[in-house]
Design a protein around this ligand. Structure first.
Ligand SMILES: Nc1ncnc2c1ncn2[C@@H]1O[C@H](COP(=O)(O)OP(=O)(O)OP(=O)(O)O)[C@@H](O)[C@H]1O
Ligand SMILES: [Mg+2]
Length: 371
């Protein structure tokens, strides 16, 4: 099912007397969620992700704007009739019920023409349990399961009614790193197998990048950018998005455009065809290669070896953060010697942003090509 969010806005009344302004949790959010895709909704804590999900499933009513399911306005449709499965951020299983009974629960609540026979319910529970691979644990109670197994039960419970839309609010937050990786791959598989339009909320950008067909990046209630994960990574529209995607994060320097070059400190690091101005220069860690002929110099702090890759950690007075990180192939680590390292920069990994608005500045030549 296709979900259309039109100028969706949600304000909460302030309960704080010192700050009587409303909290704008979601601000003029417009996006069309394509059918059958897995969408990663990404953003820092408090940016409005959970509120967007609550609006879609109907637990919250929008202050203004509309939500359409396959072109039909669902504003007046109650949550239980929207055909949405939701796994909450703090999913709660019923502790006194077995896994089987937990998954069965949403089906038992169906009334009237939707009511199912016992046999049909049993079949559906077994199918959902199989999908998340917890058939062995059906007779256990939640306390007798690991965190990851509990999380899978919560997902099965959301899936059992075969919703048209599945909303997952940080469903992997309680898992350790390995289980998290495994469960997210399972989620991707389940989504592909069922073709259910799925929105997956996370503040872990790597997780969102790895499993999503499309990513939406939210910032303070607004939709900042959307697109395919790699496109957003390569072509962020502002400094916030550039910093939010990527581990280690992009290195950001105070710099300037002078005479068709990007200047950091007293070095002209690469060509850039734009009018002279002060800018933020972002350099992705993988865009820096140690090279005696390189154009950019930083003071070496340490080298961190992390298996396949090596991080060269440096300092630079123009950098926004205390350290500059370059990620290089381990083989090249021998070429790095104190006190200073020279780096050659890969031009496509050097991104320029307006110093005031923090919007991306593209080279003039590129602009002409686009026109
Ligand atoms: N019922 C409410 N009443 C008042 N303010 C609320 C309410 N629910 C959320 N907010 C506020 O709205 C903003 C967005 O909250 P939301 O829960 O959507 O953020 P989030 O992106 O899901 O954050 P997190 O990653 O921490 O879960 C926050 O500033 C929050 O304090
Ligand atoms: Mg949340």
């Amino acid at each position: 099912m296709k979900i259309t969010l039109q100028n969706l806005t949600k304000k909460f009344k302030s309960k704080n007397k010192k700050d009587p302004n409303d909290v704008i949790a979601v601000n003029d959010f417009t996006y069309e969620i394509p059918e059958g895709k897995l969408i990663g909704l990404l953003g820092p804590s408090g940016c409005g992700k959970s509120t967007v999900l609550n609006l879609i499933c109907g637990l919250e009513k929008p202050t203004s704007g509309r939500i359409l399911f396959d072109g039909e306005d669902v504003s007046d449709v109650e949550p239980e009739h929207r055909g949405v499965g939701l796994v909450f951020q703090n999913y709660a299983l019923y502790p006194h019920l077995t896994v089987y009974q937990n998954i069965l629960f949403p089906l038992q609540n169906l009334r009237g023409k939707d009511k199912l026979t016992k046999d049909v319910m049993d079949k559906k529970v077994m199918e959902a349990a199989k999908l998340v691979q917890i058939e062995e644990y059906l007779e256990r109670r939640p306390a007798e399961l690991s965190g990851g197994q509990q999380q899978r039960v919560a997902i099965a419970r959301a899936l059992v009614k075969m919703p048209k839309v599945l909303l997952l609010d940080e469903p992997l937050s309680n898992l350790d790193a390995r289980l998290r990786l495994q469960t997210r791959e399972e989620l991707r598989r389940i989504q592909r197998e069922t073709g259910i339009t799925t929105i997956f909320v996370t503040h872990d950008q790597e997780e969102a990048m790895s499993i999503s067909d499309y990513i939406l990046v939210m910032n303070a209630g607004r939709l900042d950018q959307y697109g395919r994960p790699q496109d957003i990574y390569d072509d962020p529209k502002n400094l916030f998005v550039a910093k939010f995607l990527g581990t280690p994060p992009i290195n950001v320097f105070e710099g300037a455009i002078r005479g068709g070059k990007i200047v950091i400190g007293d070095e002209a690091v690469t060509d850039f065809d734009a009018p002279d101005c002060s800018v933020w220069v972002g350099i992705r860690p993988e865009g820096m290669t140690p090279d005696p002929e390189g154009t950019f110099t930083a003071e070496l702090d340490r080298v961190e070896i992390m298996g396949r890759d090596t991080s060269v950690v440096c300092r630079h007075p123009a950098c926004q953060s205390p350290t500059v990180r370059a990620v290089i192939f381990a083989k090249r680590a021998d070429e790095v010697r104190p006190p200073d390292v020279r780096f050659a920069l890969e031009p496509s990994k050097v991104l320029v942003f307006d110093r005031d608005t923090e919007e991306r500045i593209r080279p003039s030549a590129e602009d002409n090509n686009e026109k």
